[in-house]
Design a protein. Structure first.
Length: 167
């Protein structure tokens, strides 16, 4: 009976597969949004202000950061929780694949969130004259919370590694 339960629990990891497929659809949607912004900006590029262009570029950077985060979570999550990816051509295999454990994924996600939040905050500061002071204050507080959380997770991970080294 115990073996059946263990096999069932182990096989249930495949329930995550549709989640990773869904994330790949999200990545496709982000890619479409990225190119939509580029296509809509082209006719206006010559009449647009420099700060307007910087805001668009910040939006593109934001999309790229979220896309990179999605790829990292999809690949690492699949390899950590479902199955190792069998990529025949070693030149095609990304150098970090198979090397990220759950803690390193968590830290990468946290640092990516901080980077994404930084881009949003910079965009907000560039439009500060149009934004209420309260909103700016709350966005800074939320950003600082992300930064402190990322440092905290990194610190805890470092402490866990030191404890494991002493065992």
């Amino acid at each position: 009976m115990e073996k059946i339960i263990e096999k069932t629990i182990y096989a249930s990891r495949w329930l995550m597969f549709p989640v990773y497929i869904g994330l790949s659809f999200g990545f496709i949607l982000l890619t479409l949004k990225f190119f939509q912004q580029i296509i809509f900006i082209i006719p206006e590029i010559l009449i647009m202000s420099e700060s307007g262009l910087v805001l668009i570029v910040l939006s593109l950077i934001d999309i790229a950061l979220v896309g990179g985060l999605l790829v990292m979570v999809m690949f690492s999550g699949y390899e950590n929780f479902i199955s190792r990816m069998n990529i025949q051509d070693n030149k095609e295999r990304l150098s970090w694949m198979g090397t990220m454990d759950v803690n390193s994924i968590k830290n990468k996600v946290a640092s990516s969130i901080v980077a994404i939040s930084s881009v949003h905050l910079l965009r907000l500061f560039m439009e500060a004259e149009k934004v209420l002071d309260d909103k700016i204050m709350w966005c800074v507080i939320v950003h600082l919370t992300f930064v402190l959380s990322a440092f905290g997770m990194s610190y805890i991970d470092r402490m866990n590694k030191k404890i494991l080294c002493f065992d």
